[in-house]
Write a protein that binds this ligand. Structure first.
Ligand code: HEC
Length: 163
């Protein structure tokens, strides 16, 4: 009689332990997958940044796409644009000090993302209130966008050597 009580006790405790073990195991599995998810969350300091590009190749793209028809770059020697062919756009020779490189990439792939209050008066906007600058998304590779942005980000106002 006593033996059977002990046996029952052992069985109950044993079953309890097995149950507990499986529970805690489940817990572990859950924890692990939660950790996995945490790994896919955004790092607190994450920010989109452009990889390094090649400014000389960016300059070539600038010429190929005739960006100079609307954008003067002081100190540069781009092909002369006939008066009737000129478009409007900001002069770009001081861009290095004004914006981060990602801004220049954005200017090319999404020209309407940033429109300044004075842009209308400067003639930068069309009738529809949108930038006169076309977007080049169907024409450029990602590398060309990166190189273009790197080129523009390299532009510091040409130093005056005269006077
Ligand atoms: C038809 C004229 C036109 C052409 C062509 C053009 N742009 Fe623009 N661009 C503009 C105008 C107008 C703005 C100002 C309004 C705006 O931000 O979109 C501008 C703005 C920019 C800016 C932002 C300048 C600033 O100070 O915020 C960059 C950079 C730029 N263009 C680069 C380019 C590049 C690179 C090309 C060639 C792939 C190009 N643009 C071709 C008209 C043009």
């Amino acid at each position: 009689m006593r033996l059977s009580i002990i046996a029952t006790l052992i069985l109950v405790v044993g079953a309890g332990l097995v149950f507990f073990a499986s529970c805690s195991n489940e817990g572990k599995v859950k924890k692990a997958s939660q950790q996995g998810m945490e790994k896919h969350e955004m790092p607190a300091d994450w920010k989109f940044t452009l990889p390094k590009g090649e400014p000389a190749q960016g300059r070539e793209v600038f010429v190929q796409l005739e960006c100079y028809k609307c954008h003067e770059v002081k100190g540069e020697t781009f092909p002369r644009v006939a008066e009737g062919q000129k478009g409007v756009g900001p002069e770009l020779s001081r861009m290095a000090s004004l914006h981060p490189v990602e801004y220049f990439a954005e200017s090319v792939i999404d020209p309407n993302r940033v429109i300044y209050p004075g842009d209308k008066e400067k003639g930068y906007l069309g009738e529809d209130g949108k930038s006169k600058m076309p977007d080049y998304n169907e024409l450029l590779t990602v590398k060309q966008v990166v190189d273009l942005a790197t080129y523009i980000a390299s532009l510091k106002e040409a130093k005056h050597t005269g006077h």
